[in-house]
Design a protein around this ligand. Sequence first.
Ligand SMILES: [Zn+2]
Length: 411
Amino acid sequence: MQHRIDGERLWARLLAMAQIGPIPGDGSCRLTLSDEDEAGRALLVSWCAARGFALRRDAIGNLFFRRQGRDADASPVLVGSHLDTQPTGGRFDGVLGVLAGLEVLETLADLGLETERSVDLCVWTNEEGSRFQPAMMGSGVACGILPLEQVLAASDADGVRVADELVRHGYDREPAPDVGLADCYLELHIEQGPILENTGKTIGVVTGGQGIRWYEIALHGEETHAGPVPMALRKDPVPLLARMIDLVHAIGGRDPQARCTIGQVRTHPGSINVVPGRIEMTVDLRHPDEAELDAMHDALMRGCRDLASSHPSIGLDVQLRWHSPVVRFDPSLAKLVRQSAERMGIAAHDMVSGAGHDAFHLARRVPTVMIFVPCRDGVSHNPREYASPEHVAAGANVLLSVVLERAMSRG
Ligand SMILES: [Zn+2]
């Protein structure tokens, strides 16, 4: 028997949540631990309380709502995502995974289905990282990857600390449930890219996430007046910048799964009539295969060395600033997602996640998988972000099916 979620109830809740911190063009702004974020959480708490799902909170403000299973000692099935948004966020990023999780708990309750394992809905604090850094803070603490004391001290642009906001909203330093003891973690999310839409598929079976490396590169020349100094006597770093851009984009073009982005270029002093004395640029390299990412790194380093020797008057400094390894989700959970979609006649497509998610942290502790649904034009982190009611319901139905497979099984 194939159980189904209530698509209309889920859609109505997505729209209701979007009314908290509304911004023009159907978007939402609920920055982490702001009044709006707290109001969104309070709305969710009221929905869960009405159904009797018990709430626990931890020291970083993560929320855990439980629908109790038959065996209180069995490791629970976790579902979840985040409610915080970017400053110009959409209605679906994160919210979909949370409210679809609630919809799964409610559907189980409506059907009077007794699961063997408890099912916990998790809301992770500060996934977005726009007000406080680092991103994926709550899941990082829950998984023992980020030290609690360090993230409590993180402050926003106005000097307000995470710890201050938690106290202001009445969060106690309650002991956290150990997510490492969970049976598995499942997260439904909009794709935030164009692949499902372009392939005409409804469900993305997310097999893992791209590895990411961030570099800061500085080109040192000599600051001079744009008029009096002849071209041949300048130490102008701009021609080398041009070669660097070619180098990085050639690395990005080496195979279809590679991604290279130069997101920031700053010239100093940044004046129209001054030859820049220094240029700083960032490079973001991504690939779903760690060996390929290593090869991209090597190509960048080799290319920089070659360029440095062909431009001896310019100093070239390359620093690897951050590294997030390739993430592999649990193959047996991915198979369950694929089979569930197939059983319901929903077209599915294996893919890797290009964006970071809380599930990346969870995957280091418990078997984890993500389920993607299409979002229109691949737009996300923007008020135009949109997923259709049909796709939202399909994603939640696949989530329900995988939850049932795991929650009905004995350990
Ligand atoms: Zn998200």
